[in-house]
Design a protein around this ligand. Structure first.
Ligand SMILES: NC(=O)c1ccc[n+]([C@@H]2O[C@H](COP(=O)([O-])OP(=O)(O)OC[C@H]3O[C@@H](n4cnc5c(N)ncnc54)[C@H](OP(=O)(O)O)[C@@H]3O)[C@@H](O)[C@H]2O)c1
Length: 311
């Protein structure tokens, strides 16, 4: 087992693995024909900027050793980086996803912006340490950019480890996650009392509960927010199936329902980054487009909600 203390910097690691692509530095957005790069938001605890469209890996990257599925996902991952993406969110809870991401990254070009995020999802201090070490090996990333406690699991035990690892440079940021409205009260309590760099929860145009307390609290406490389930696990597409995109979507450079849903999320002032998951190249390109151009104003956001609610 690799000793976490023998950690390599990301660049050293990539060099060791022979993966640094020679001078291939496509300008983010170039493939989408956009002149300015992807919109970025600041991580409040550091001021570091991060591209607003990230990607999730739950289910979509859990393909084990299936060669055809892996080949297809290699193109999805390449499109993510070629179009300005940075943050990839995984978890040991997602079956083989961490391993698949790690394998595919070895043959992905133009990935200098990679911001790797995973989670600890077990009980007990030592189990947590071993699981996090295994995640770093599987994803091939040391230090890990963001380590999150998955669904608050045994958070009192893991948080001191995460703090120690941040101090010694094994991880760069600390976070905690939840989804579809679970544990919000407890999450709020943790956010009020513990200094965290990131919080992750669900937020989308049909589930706006996070607007009430979590998003304002994150802004107050200077925490970056990662939004999961931006498509309500795909349910939003079923809702608008066969329905025309409103003409006024063009006013914020939106040409698909996918972009409509993502632009709604990232235009909330307290949202740092959204992590849609897809297994399809055309959907990845569509999702990345949402990080470019204008975003809806407050008035437009209200109109967007009315439109979707009435469907
Ligand atoms: N507690 C937690 O920490 C937690 C909980 C939930 C989620 N998460 C994270 O958040 C990520 C996102 O959430 P999620 O995966 O549950 O759901 P999601 O991103 O809301 O929805 C994913 C679904 O949307 C479809 N899709 C994606 N882009 C599309 C497009 N442009 N057009 C049409 N369909 C599209 C995908 O199908 P195709 O493959 O066909 O594109 C997939 O079925 C997860 O992968 C995970 O990383 C974390």
């Amino acid at each position: 087992m690799t000793d976490i203390n023998e950690k390599l910097t990301r660049r050293t690691f990539l060099k060791v693995a022979g993966l640094v692509s020679a001078g291939i530095a496509l300008r983010p957005g170039a493939l989408l024909g956009k002149d300015s790069g992807m919109i970025t938001h600041k991580i409040p605890s550091s001021g570091e900027k991060i591209a607003v469209i990230g990607m999730g890996t739950s289910r979509t990257f859990d393909v084990g050793g299936n060669p055809d599925a892996k080949k297809a996902l290699g193109h999805v991952l390449q499109a993510f980086f070629d179009n300005g993406g940075a943050l990839i969110d995984s978890s040991p809870m997602y079956g083989s996803a961490e391993t698949v991401v790690g394998d595919l990254l070895k043959n992905t070009a133009n990935k200098e912006a990679l911001f790797a995020a995973t989670k600890v999802w077990t009980d007990g201090r030592q189990n947590g340490v071993e699981q996090m070490q295994a995640s770093m090996r599987r994803m091939g990333v040391m230090p890990m950019d963001l380590m999150q406690i998955h669904n608050l699991r045994d958070w009192r035990v893991h948080l001191p480890t995460l703090r120690r690892w941040k101090e010694d440079g094994s991880i760069r940021y600390i976070g905690i996650t939840t989804s579809h409205g679970r544990y919000h009260e407890e999450l709020e309590q943790i956010m009020r009392t513990e200094p965290l760099d990131f919080v992750q929860f669900s937020y989308n145009i049909a589930n706006r509960e996070a607007e009430e307390r979590l998003l304002p609290l994150a802004a107050d406490r200077g925490m970056a927010t990662l939004v999961n389930r931006p498509f309500q696990r795909g349910e939003l597409f079923r809702r608008v199936k066969g329905k025309a995109l409103p003409d006024w979507s063009a006013e914020f450079d939106c040409s698909s329902w996918g972009q409509f849903f993502l632009k709604f999320v990232v235009s909330h002032p307290a949202v740092t980054c959204v992590i849609p998951a897809t297994s399809k190249l055309r959907h990845m390109k569509d999702n990345m487009s949402a990080g470019f151009g204008r975003l809806p104003t407050e008035d437009m956001r209200r109109r967007m909600v009315e439109t979707v609610v009435s469907m």
